[in-house]
Design a protein around this ligand. Structure first.
Ligand SMILES: *Cc1c(COP(=O)(O)O)cnc(C)c1O
Length: 229
């Protein structure tokens, strides 16, 4: 068995176990393979093993890979990096999902630039859940207004929230920001009557804690591919 297929099986089985422990069905949790700084060959290998969702943070790098992988039918591309406004057009044209929307201007541009024949662009709003001054993400105080505005934009479908909390090694500490994000999503769904079904949370180091708190998509890079090149 190749290194990558061992890694893939291991991640899938850990997701299954974390789901069991949380009393959740593993079908309710999907895996995004974070392929930034990883090779097209490794992506191809995971694709052949059945992986479909891939996450990229750098537009130029992603564009090249997308070109090389255009024959991989059913592959979905998720943009997870910081977004500059001059990059929105390509993101709107080349991705299925964007997890890192944190201001209205970016959402408006994605909405205007998404071609209707591509169907709605799926959106998660990135929340600065650990309130770190340098991190991107909308603050929890401002999320409600942003969610309301984004939910009204054509060609976008607001699906939920995303966060990249401060790294912690202790399992219980890892759960805290993810619990906050889940509660925030519940509040938004109720207060604004929005149908939000996604919690994009959990990376290699903490996806089990994220699953315990309700993650519906975990974003795993290093543990699937090995260290980034
Ligand atoms: C790089 C990255 C990941 C994956 O991190 P790993 O620790 O390699 O699993 C997940 N989410 C975002 C937003 C990232 O930029």
């Amino acid at each position: 068995m190749s290194e990558i297929s061992k890694r893939f099986k291991n991640v899938m089985s850990r997701i299954g176990q974390a789901a069991d422990q949380a009393g959740r069905s593993k079908e309710d949790i999907s895996l995004m393979a974070v392929s930034k700084k990883q090779s097209v060959e490794s992506i191809m290998e995971l694709f052949e093993l059945g992986q479909r969702a891939f996450g990229e943070s750098y537009l130029q790098e992603a564009t090249q890979k997308q070109h090389q992988l255009q024959l991989c039918e059913g592959l979905t591309w998720h943009f997870i990096g910081p977004i500059q406004s001059n990059k929105t057009r390509l993101i709107a044209e080349q991705f299925d999902w964007v997890h890192s929307v944190d201001r209205l201007k970016i959402a408006q541009r994605l909405s205007e630039q998404r071609q209707s024949n591509l169907g709605d662009l799926q959106i998660c709003l990135q929340v600065n859940i650990s309130a770190e001054p340098t991190k991107s993400g909308v603050s929890p105080d401002e999320i409600k207004q942003l969610a309301l505005q984004v939910s009204k934009l054509p060609h976008l479908r607001l699906r939920g929230l995303m966060a990249i909390p401060k790294r912690e090694t202790d399992f219980e500490k890892q759960r805290v920001p993810y619990r906050m994000l889940r509660k925030l999503k519940e509040e938004l769904s109720q207060d604004l009557s929005l149908d939000l079904d996604m919690l994009s949370m959990g990376v290699s180091d903490d996806y089990e804690a994220a699953i315990a708190e309700g993650a519906t998509i975990v974003r795993v890079g290093t543990e699937l591919f090995g260290p980034r090149g």
